[in-house]
Design a protein around this ligand. Sequence first.
Ligand code: NIG
Ligand code: FE
Length: 421
Amino acid sequence: MHRLLIKHARQVVTVCKNGETLLKGAAMNDVCVLNGPVSVVINCDGHIGYIGEDTEVSQKFEEKEFERIVDATDCCLIPGLVDGHTHPVFAGDRVHEFAMKLAGASYMDVHKAGGGIHFTVDHVHRATEDELLTNLKEILRRMLQAGTTLLEAKSGYGLDTENEIKMLKVLERAKKEGPVEISSTYCGAHAVPCGLTAAEATSDIINKQLPSLKSLLSSGELHVDNIDVFCEKGVFELADTEKILKAGKEIGLEINFHAEELNQLNSVELGVSLGARAASHLEEISDKGIEMMGASSTVGVVLPTTAYILKLKPPPVRKMIEHGCAVALGSDFNPNAFCLSMPLVMHLACVTFGMTMNEALVASTINAAASIGRSHSHGSLEVGKVADMLILDCPRWEHLIYQFGGHDHVIKHVIKKGRVV
Ligand code: NIG
Ligand code: FE
């Protein structure tokens, strides 16, 4: 028996064709598309078993061997989308700050006035684990509807041991419930807590938060993949960032951090030299940083919603691609940038960052999966990979990006691990 047969697809965008786990530079524009009619066989373990022309598949498999058959006539298939950067665990909203920003306040004006991240921290401190989980589940449900089947998700609105662990436990519970898969990131260094200096906060993270996290990781109570720091002038600057990232690495976390968003601190150079898996934002990345990133496997995760909402100069994505960088995309979903739709993020990436639609797709599939160490199993449609895919009701897959804000009409089915969800 097999779990699912998807037949008669007009286009199957496999993205990769030879098991590549990262597409760098010019290779990002080279997306593999199989023109139909094509069928996809999904095994009972939720992995892709076979992809081939309809005639070939009907010779090899009998329809009665399948638990379910989906007719994808006139539809296109693409991999499930991977969101490379989110802050989805929080309580409350910041709609009032949106009004302040529209009236001219900058992100740092709001932050320094005790709003921004601090406002959300207050709400998260007051919320129970169950309340945070209820909020998160609704967000994940909406993300899945918008095509996201795997995401990176951070803590970072706790800022002390108890509340950071509370957030990570919420992520852990959401992972167990599924179906969306999550790579968790500890982001205790998201802001300096009110009343502490950056040095005091750094010491709390290294001497209290990380040791507590380490024991929960060893007991198997938590599974956390990455460590993040908001490396920014007036937040955690370069020296503190280095100490925290190194301490995280020592307990087995991968470096995946906020770099060069508002001011150039040469944090990409630091990240690459520490072997970071990913660095996000990059509006202010230096030429040296681009060169080092291009020569490394550190993924540059760019976040069009943030640059858009804060009216920031876009990151130099074209230059990064020309220099061989691997670029990924993230929604940066958070109470400041309340957008959880990767199709809209891809659209913004094309229009505001000058990416091609192929590059935006690669950045939202295989490269975003690479930024969280999952590209051996996720991010492309190839035999043996997890069967996460979207069936799009449109004549060419690019409609998902072109029809901006219209993904609910374009995405006909989301398939997670071989099940229509
Ligand atoms: O990636 N820059 C820092 N962190 C988030 C914003 C989080 C917030 O404002 O709540 C970001 O944009
Ligand atoms: Fe962020």
